[in-house]
Write a protein that binds this ligand. Structure first.
Ligand code: NAD
Length: 250
């Protein structure tokens, strides 16, 4: 894809799927703002990798569940590069527990980080994209948001919320040249899934028709396509990147 001249923000891109997305968009020519929470080293590292590719990049620490920090992330981007064309809502956490044992704090934190952040970041970039009459918003949901998964009522609710949100906002902004889509990964090999014990991991692999976990790059390639000019007529969609898992579940 040719993304030269485009400016992208990728949330939660210090590692895992977000990092792979940031690197792929940069490889395709975009300027990329790398965001995460916590210590600055991971995002500085990803931004340095991007600069080594002779692309522009900025690392911005921000908690995307906080309105003032999201505002800082988007305004820093626009004041440095003059525009924001692509937003990838990737940041996410899990706090798994069966519902009968789930605390209110674990419910609230997952909804804030996985769903409220999507509202905050999307609303903040839309103001700029509507003026530009061009924009691409892609949010990372999950097959769990479509099919459900025991122990993940908070996570599945947040991820299902992203789907309703994306379909709605897609309709609101379609006439402005802005597309809004969601990608639903299955099981991807990252720190999030490396926490699973080996037995559980093997059970999951046994249920995936493709016979293996996906890679962060598999998700990143799909994001890059949806951000391109070529994908301009695709909006309000949820695209599974799951080696056939969802089809096998139904
Ligand atoms: P990960 O835990 O490796 O990475 C998530 C990143 O988000 C981390 O760098 C983390 O620090 C960051 N983050 C967390 N809270 C944040 C906040 N408040 N503000 C900014 N950044 C924050 O996970 P991953 O596997 O790379 O997952 C990326 C996305 O893909 C998540 O939304 C996840 O729910 C989704 N997903 C992952 C899988 C999978 O199998 N790995 C499957 C489906 C969906």
């Amino acid at each position: 894809m040719d993304l030269s001249g485009r400016v992208a923000i990728v949330t939660g891109s210090g590692r895992g799927i977000g990092r792979a997305i940031a690197l792929k968009l940069a490889e395709d020519g975009a300027t990329v703002v790398v965001n995460d929470i916590g210590s600055p080293e991971p995002i500085e590292g990803v931004a340095a990798e991007i600069r080594a590719m002779k692309r522009q990049s900025l690392a911005v620490l921000a908690d995307v569940s906080s309105a003032p920090e999201v505002s800082k992330l988007v305004e820093t981007t626009v004041s440095k590069y003059g525009q924001v064309d692509i937003l990838v809502n990737n940041a996410g956490i899990v706090r798994d527990q069966l519902l009968v044992r789930m605390s209110e704090a674990d419910w609230d934190r997952v909804i804030e980080v996985d769903l409220k952040s999507v509202f905050l970041c999307t609303a903040a970039v839309l103001r700029h994209m509507m003026k530009q009459r061009w924009g691409r918003i892609i949010s990372i949901t999950s097959v769990v948001g479509i099919a459900g998964n025991p122990g993940q009522a908070n996570y599945a609710s947040a991820k299902a919320g992203i789907i309703g949100f994306s379909r709605t906002v897609a309709k609101e902004v379609a006439s402005r040249g802005i597309t809004v889509n969601a990608i639903a990964p299955g099981f991807i090999d990252t720190e999030m899934t490396q926490r699973l014990d080996e037995k559980h991991r093997q059970e999951i692999v046994g249920r995936i028709p493709a016979g293996c976990l996906g890679t962060p790059r598999d998700v990143a390639e799909t994001v890059a396509f949806l951000t391109s000019d070529e994908a301009k007529y695709i909006t309000g969609q949820v695209l599974s990147v799951d080696g056939g898992l969802l089809g096998a579940w139904w």
